[in-house]
Design a protein. Structure first.
Length: 429
């Protein structure tokens, strides 16, 4: 049985590709420009040309098309799914590959079209990957949860992962202000409304997101009074769709965890803390940001039980921010460790030093600290936390394993790592 192919490309040497496919027994139904199928699917082209193209798609087994935002559109993917046509996206870079993978379709290099087309029919369909949700929470008092959320997103994206950053704070949203992005756009509230209507998709999320380097940002509400737009059902539906959009989704949430509205009234209605509770319930990992001062630690200890109840079975990683001796005295880290271990049973925690110079430079330039001051102690501490607590990407983990010879001294490696950490943090705490 021959494979029936529609070829839509502006970058390939189409006569050569057509001859190669025909030599392998493929039937070429139509050769058109790269954006012609998308135009036909969106009814932007009328008349005989559109009808002929759609008819060829209906009869085809494979559509080989250049990957690009003008050519590879949600409407075209929907039409091909309806016709049962496999899509092979011809990618000419990492951006094209990310776009194609977002739709869950096969990709190939320009010089590998022949093999990809012939194997498209026999290959099983690829499901979009299911991403992780990482909630960043902290008690009241500005412990730095928004700054940590931005830094974690930038650090995860540094290794080539598809990362999203969401501001779900219904009390004091600030991601857009700290990153210099417009907060008048659709943002996370629009994603929640689309989720309620059942129209939210990975392509729609990509459209409404704002770029912060390699991180896609869904800005929060621009006025705290709009909090009823972030209901529990809407937030839960939007987060579920976000799992098909990115590999890691960092969500910044508000501090309050109370369910006072449910105690006052049993009538179903908007609840201001519903967004925070919905995010924590859906999270795969919860990062609790604690301010390294007596008040900040005490507030975390008192809120820990509510946080544990809201997070369910998700692991909670404690990140102690603004660590300094001026508020806790000598050996600040040991004091915090002993306090957390004694009162809430947290045996392991990570520390971020007090680095106002790097933090202020990042605020001034509206960029993550990792880009403004990549060698700062703050950036290094966040990088270490992400690598140890948020599970390093597979590529990085493989590189680390390849550097360790079989049978190497594990205790020696741990001792060397401990010494390097002490040298890095010397004089900070």
């Amino acid at each position: 049985m021959s494979v029936r192919v529609v070829l839509a490309s502006d970058r390939l040497d189409t006569p050569v590709v057509v001859d190669a496919l025909r030599d392998d027994g493929a039937e070429i139904l139509l050769v058109v420009a790269a954006d012609a199928p998308a135009d036909a699917a969106a009814d932007a082209v009328t008349g005989r040309a559109a009808a002929e193209l759609l008819g060829a798609l209906a009869a085809a087994d494979v559509l080989a098309i250049d990957a690009g935002r003008d050519a590879l559109t949600p409407q075209l993917v929907a039409v091909c799914d309806r016709f049962g046509v496999r899509i092979v996206a011809v990618c000419d870079g990492a951006a094209d590959r990310r776009l194609a993978e977002m739709f869950g379709i096969a990709t190939c290099a320009p010089d590998d079209v022949r093999t990809a087309v012939l194997h498209a029919v026999t290959a099983p369909p690829t499901a979009p990957p299911r991403g992780r949700i990482i909630a960043v929470w902290g008690p009241a008092g500005a412990p730095g949860r928004t700054t940590m959320a931005i830094e974690m997103a930038a650090e995860l994206a540094r290794d080539g992962r598809r990362v999203g950053l969401v501001d779900a704070d219904t009390h004091a949203p600030s991601v857009a202000m700290l990153t210099g992005l417009a907060d008048e756009g659709p943002g996370f509230a629009a994603a929640c409304r689309a989720a309620e209507r059942g129209t939210l998709s990975a392509a729609e999320l990509e459209r409404i997101a704002l770029p912060l380097g390699d991180v896609a940002v869904l800005a929060g509400i621009n006025r705290p009074g709009r909090w009823p737009e972030l209901s529990s059902a809407r937030v839960g539906g939007a987060l579920e769709q976000c799992r098909t959009w990115v590999e890691d989704l960092i969500v910044d949430v508000a501090a309050p965890l109370e369910r006072d509205e449910e105690i006052v009234s049993d009538v179903e209605g908007p609840r201001r803390n519903a967004a925070t509770l919905a995010v924590l319930a859906a999270a795969d990992i919860v990062v609790a940001v604690v301010s390294a001062d007596p008040v900040g630690v005490a507030r975390f200890v008192r809120a820990h039980a509510d946080l544990r109840a809201a997070a369910g079975a998700a692991p909670i990683h404690v990140l102690v921010n603004k660590t300094r001796t001026s508020t806790l005295g000598i050996d600040a880290r040991s004091q915090v460790r002993r306090t957390l271990d004694r009162y809430v049973g947290v045996a392991a925690c990570w520390f971020v030093p007090w680095d106002p110079k790097a933090a202020d430079a990042a605020v001034l330039q509206a960029q993550p600290v990792g880009r403004v001051a990549p060698r700062s102690s703050l950036s290094g501490a966040v990088r270490r936390f992400v690598g140890e607590a948020i599970e390093p990407p597979p590529a990085r983990a493989a590189v680390r394993r390849s550097r360790v010879a079989p049978g190497a001294d594990t205790e020696g490696r741990r001792r060397d790592a401990h010494l390097r950490t002490r040298r890095t943090l010397r004089g900070v705490a």
